[in-house]
Design a binder for this molecule. Structure first.
Ligand SMILES: NC(=O)c1ccc[n+]([C@@H]2O[C@H](COP(=O)([O-])OP(=O)(O)OC[C@H]3O[C@@H](n4cnc5c(N)ncnc54)[C@H](O)[C@@H]3O)[C@@H](O)[C@H]2O)c1
Ligand SMILES: O=c1ccn([C@@H]2O[C@H](COP(=O)(O)OP(=O)(O)O[C@H]3O[C@H](CO)[C@@H](O)[C@H](O)[C@H]3O)[C@@H](O)[C@H]2O)c(=O)[nH]1
Length: 474
C-alpha cells in the first residue's frame, strides 16, 4: 500500500489530503502538524476550518485510510510520498522584508525529512513557493541524505477557499513539475498515478520544475490583476455615472476576456494574492527586472487604494467624522463560505474607521470574536505563522469593538452599515427593520454589491455601492 504523508494540516493540507484519501481508498494518507490544537480539531467533530462539504469527506475516510497526527517524524519516515504544505509567509524582517517569502517552515520541514528518512521518497511542494525553491530543497535533502534518493516535485494547489472541495473534485488542471531526468519523470508518473484516480488525464499537466513553481505565482497574479483592473474602473464609474456591473458584464462578454473574476469589491483579501504577488515582485527585482516588478506591484497598490477609498467614502459621507458613531460591519471573512480572515479587506477598513474613532459592531456568521479582536490588534503579515508561534497581540480593541451574534444586533442604533463580505444571508435581511432601528440619516455602504440599492433608497437609506452611480447626498 502506498503511503502519503502531508506536513501541514491547514486550509490546503487538510482538504487536499481528505480528497486524495476519499478518491484513493487503497492509499494510506496521514496529515501531520506541529500544532496540537489543529490536529486535535481534525480528529474531532469540530474541524479547524469551515469549508462546505469538508465534514462529509472527512467523515467518510477518517480512521479508514485518512489519519491526522502530531507524530510528524514517524509518518514522514514511513511515507513513499511526502507533501509539504506548510506556511510560506511574507518576511517581516531582514533581506526582502515585506516582499520575499519566508521559507523558515519549509526549510525546517526539509531538514526533518532528510533527518528521519530511511528509504527513498518523493517530496512534493504543495505550498506556494518562490520559483527555484526546489533547487534549494534538493540541496538540503541531498547534502543530508545518507545515500537516500529524493525526487522533488512541484505540485502547486489552485483551490479557492469556500469552494475547496468542489475545486478538488473537479480541478481545471493538476500541475506537476519535475526534473527532466529518468528519476524525475518516474516521480512525476508516480504522482500522476494518484491523481488519475479521479482527474481526467488530459487535465494533468506536466512541466519542468521552474514552470510549475512560476505558474502558481503567475496564476494568482493574473487573477488578482483582473480584480484590481475592475476595481480601478469602479472609481472611474463613480466619477462618471457609469455602473461597474454593467461595464464588467459588457467587457466580460468578449470571449477573449470572459466573465469571471470581474466583480468590483472593497478589495481582494485572502492568504494568497497579496503574499504571492509581493513574492513575484521580489523575484523580478532580484532578477534585474524593475519594470516588471513595478507592473505587478501596481495590482497591490490599487487594492490598497480601493480599501482606503472605501473608508474615505464612509467618513466623508457622514459629515467628515465617525468619531463615537456606531458603525455596523456586516461580514469580516475575506469572502463568503469561509471563516478565514487572513488579509481580509475588513481588517483595513475597520482599522481605518477605528483610526477615525468610530465604534464598531461586527457580525460575521463564521468568525468568532477572539479572531476579530486578534486580527484588529495584529501587525501586517504576523498572522501567517503556525498558531502557537504567532506574536501575542499587544492590545485588544475591546473598548471600540463589539462582536454580535446577528446582523440585527449589530445594526441596532447604528449610524451606518458597511457590508464587507458577500454572505448570502445579507441579501435577504429585513432592511426595513434595520432602517427603523438605526440613527437617521441611515447610511449603508455596500462593498460587495450585495443589496438592491434602489429598494433600500425607497426605504430611506442613503446608499453607496462600489462603482455604482452615486446618491445626490454623496
Ligand atoms: N489557503 C489557500 O487557499 C491556499 C491555496 C493554494 C496554496 N496555498 C499555499 O499553501 C501553503 C499552506 O497554506 P494554508 O492556507 O494551508 O496554511 P495554514 O496556515 O492553514 O497551514 C499550514 C500548517 O502548517 C503547519 N506547519 C508549519 N510548519 C510546520 C512543520 N515544520 N511541521 C509540521 N507542520 C508545520 C502549521 O502549524 C499550519 O497548521 C502556503 O504556501 C499557501 O500559500 C494556500
Ligand atoms: O471577482 C472577484 C473575485 C474575487 N474577489 C475577491 O478576491 C479574493 C480572493 O478570492 P478567491 O480567489 O475566490 O479565493 P482564494 O481562496 O484566495 O483563492 C485564490 O488564492 C488561492 C491561493 O493561492 C488559489 O489557489 C486560488 O486559485 C485563488 O483563486 C476574495 O477577497 C474575493 O472576495 C473579488 O473581489 N472579485
Amino acid at each position: 500500500m502506498v503511503k502519503i504523508c502531508c506536513i501541514g494540516a491547514g486550509y490546503v493540507g487538510g482538504p487536499t489530503m481528505a480528497v486524495i484519501a476519499l478518491k484513493c481508498p487503497k492509499i494510506e494518507v496521514v496529515v501531520v502538524d506541529i500544532s496540537v490544537p489543529r490536529i486535535t480539531a481534525w480528529n474531532s467533530d469540530q474541524l479547524p476550518i469551515y469549508e462546505p462539504g469538508l465534514d462529509d469527506v472527512v467523515k467518510q475516510c477518517r480512521g479508514k485510510n485518512l489519519f491526522f497526527s502530531t507524530d510528524v517524524e514517524t509518518h514522514v519516515r514511513e511515507a513513499d510520498i511526502v507533501f509539504v504544505s506548510v506556511n510560506t509567509p511574507t518576511k517581516t524582517r531582514g533581506l526582502g522584508a515585506g516582499k520575499a517569502a519566508d521559507l523558515t517552515y519549509w526549510e525546517s520541514a526539509a531538514r526533518m525529512i532528510a533527518d528521519v528518512s530511511k528509504s527513498d521518497k518523493i517530496v512534493v511542494e504543495k505550498s506556494t513557493v518562490p520559483v527555484k525553491t526546489a533547487e534549494a530543497i534538493e540541496k538540503i535533502l541531498t547534502h543530508n541524505s545518507k545515500g537516500i534518493n529524493f525526487q522533488i516535485l512541484s505540485n502547486p494547489e489552485f483551490l479557492a477557499e469556500g469552494t475547496a472541495i468542489e475545486d478538488l473534485f473537479k480541478p481545471d488542471r493538476v500541475l506537476i513539475g519535475g526534473r527532466e531526468t529518468p528519476g524525475g519523470q518516474k516521480a512525476i508518473e508516480a504522482l500522476k498515478d494518484v491523481y488519475v484516480h479521479w482527474v481526467p488525464e488530459a487535465n494533468i499537466i506536466t512541466t519542468n520544475l521552474w514552470s510549475a513553481e512560476l505558474s502558481k505565482l503567475a496564476a494568482n497574479a493574473f487573477l488578482a490583476q483582473r480584480i484590481s483592473s475592475v476595481n480601478a474602473m469602479s472609481a472611474l464609474c463613480e466619477a462618471t455615472g457609469a455602473n461597474v456591473s454593467q461595464v464588467a458584464y459588457a467587457v466580460g462578454k468578449d470571449s477573449r476576456i470572459g466573465p469571471k473574476f470581474l466583480n468590483a469589491s472593497v478589495g481582494f483579501g485572502g492568504s494568497c494574492f497579496q503574499k504571492d504577488i509581493l513574492n513575484l515582485v521580489y523575484i523580478c527585482e532580484c532578477n534585474g527586472l524593475p519594470e516588471v516588478a513595478e507592473y505587478w506591484k501596481q495590482v497591490i497598490k490599487i487594492n490598497d487604494y480601493q480599501k482606503s477609498r472605501f473608508v474615505n467614502r464612509v467618513v466623508a459621507s457622514m459629515f467628515n467624522t465617525v468619531s463615537n458613531k456606531k458603525v455596523a460591519i456586516l461580514g469580516f471573512a475575506f469572502k463568503k463560505d469561509t471563516g478565514d480572515t487572513r488579509e481580509t479587506p475588513a481588517i483595513d477598513v475597520c482599522k481605518g474607521l477605528l483610526g477615525d474613532k468610530a465604534k464598531l459592531s461586527i457580525y460575521d456568521p463564521q468568525v468568532q470574536e477572539d479572531q476579530i479582536q486578534r486580527d484588529l490588534a495584529m501587525k501586517q503579515f504576523d498572522w501567517d505563522h503556525p498558531l502557537h508561534l504567532q506574536p501575542m497581540s499587544p492590545t485588544t480593541m475591546k473598548q471600540q469593538v463589539t462582536v454580535t451574534w446577528d446582523a440585527y444586533a449589530a445594526t441596532k442604533d447604528a449610524h451606518a452599515v458597511c457590508i464587507l463580505t458577500e454572505w448570502d444571508e445579507f441579501k435577504t435581511l429585513d432592511y426595513q427593520k434595520i432602517y427603523d432601528n438605526m440613527q437617521k440619516p441611515a447610511f449603508l455602504f455596500d462593498g460587495r454589491s450585495v443589496v438592491d440599492a434602489d429598494k433600500l433608497r425607497e426605504i430611506g437609506f442613503i446608499v453607496y455601492s462600489i462603482g455604482k452611480p452615486l446618491d445626490a447626498w454623496l
